[in-house]
Design a binder for this molecule. Structure first.
Ligand code: PLP
Length: 362
């Protein structure tokens, strides 16, 4: 079986965890601070606040920007649910704009239309889905023109870039996940990054029960602190991230140039973008996906369907009255299949994925 994902843990990670255990300082401490400095330096941003997950990073990122009850946040209907949940956790209202059918990313033209309908919008929460950056020229122009706060969900985009500038460094905050299947991991974990000192101060306060002076709680916060054990894994993984991303890109471009099945559309890397292929997501001709995934299963190729439903149509939001018809998203969600692209694949395995995809006859 060729797995869809495989976290790569080496001797370095194991030793680093043992060192933390031996130190006795296993909760949040100096190892996390080092990881934060190194991750900020890697991205080219001023501040990094490590958290317990990508979800908590998003929740805190929005709240640190002052987004709360009565605010409207525009986002994508095609993502993992955490991006929209973070808006709802803060008591704000999500509204949606369509995606581009080729990149799967929020469509700037559709954002402009949605803003006409929702002129009260305060913030834009974009998702660099599957490892590909949104069109940041268009997004920055829209955010500037409409004076919107900008949140980048970079849970799937560690090291992705637009014109050489890394995802997470454009917005008022960038939010990362270090879940095991991501381009780098800390086991569970996340981070908020920002250029703004006050936003960073507020995020740091919120992840530590609103406490700057010991047992003086200035506001109601949370315990969303990363542990030193996670930080130690993260420091090792960060050193390997560029190598991991290069391997993902090599596998993806090999598949792009060798898959020649007319029923399968391979992913694109637009000009100006550096795709880090968190997922290698193909589109299967409409009506053929069930047969395709059966074919993958029969031939031992792992896959994922990210995502089978749009966010607004999720059952948990049934009472919220969201617009549930998104024609582009609703077509794409019936076509997408993500294939193995992770850095642990051998050349033979990548060639086998291509062989299996090309042998599908519908
Ligand atoms: C786009 C997106 N946003 C947010 C998250 C949430 O991250 P976590 O699972 O670390 O809470 C994920 C994780 O899968 C994600 O893919």
């Amino acid at each position: 079986m060729i797995n869809i994902a495989k976290p790569l843990m080496g001797a370095e990670e194991k030793q680093a965890v043992l060192d933390v255990l031996d130190s006795g300082m296993i909760a949040c401490g100096s190892i996390v601070s080092e990881f934060e400095k190194e991750f900020a330096a890697y991205l080219g941003t001023e501040h990094c606040i490590a958290t317990t997950s990508g979800t908590t990073a998003l929740e805190v990122g929005l709240r640190a920007l002052g987004i709360g009850k009565g605010d409207t946040v525009l986002t994508t209907p095609f993502s993992f649910i955490a991006s929209t949940n973070s808006i709802i956790y803060n008591g704000a209202t999500p509204v949606f704009a369509e995606i581009d059918p080729d990149t799967f990313l929020i469509d700037p033209g559709s954002i402009e239309k949605a803003l006409e309908e929702h002129p009260e919008t305060k913030a834009l929460l974009i998702v660099h889905l599957f490892g590909l950056t949104c069109d940041m020229d268009a997004i920055m122009e829209i955010a500037g023109k409409h004076k919107l706060l900008l949140i980048e969900d970079c849970a799937q985009a560690h090291g992705a870039a637009w014109k050489g500038r890394k995802a997470g460094t454009f917005g008022d905050v960038g939010c990362f996940s270090f879940y095991p299947t991501k381009n780098m991991t800390t086991s569970e974990g996340g981070a908020v990054v920002t250029h703004n000192a006050e936003t960073a101060r507020r995020a740091r306060l919120l992840i530590n029960h609103g406490m700057e002076i010991r047992y003086h709680h200035d506001e109601i916060g949370y315990n969303y602190r990363m542990t030193n054990i996670c930080g130690a894994i993260g420091r090792c993984q960060l050193k390997k991230l560029e190598g991991f991303n290069e391997a993902r890109r090599e596998h993806a471009f090999y598949m792009n140039s060798h898959i020649d099945n007319p029923l399968i559309e391979t992913p694109v890397e637009p000009d100006n973008a550096r795709h880090v292929f968190h997922q290698y997501t193909v589109k299967v001709a409409l009506g053929h996906r069930d047969a395709f995934i059966k074919h993958l299963e029969t031939n031992g190729v792992g896959y994922g369907i990210f995502y089978p439903l749009s966010i607004p149509e999720q059952k948990c939001y049934a009472e919220m009255g969201f617009e549930t018809e998104w024609p582009v998203t609703d077509t794409v969600k019936q076509q997408v299949v993500s294939l193995p692209v992770h850095p642990g694949l051998t050349d033979e395995e990548v060639a086998e994925v291509v062989r299996v995809v090309n042998s599908f006859r519908g």
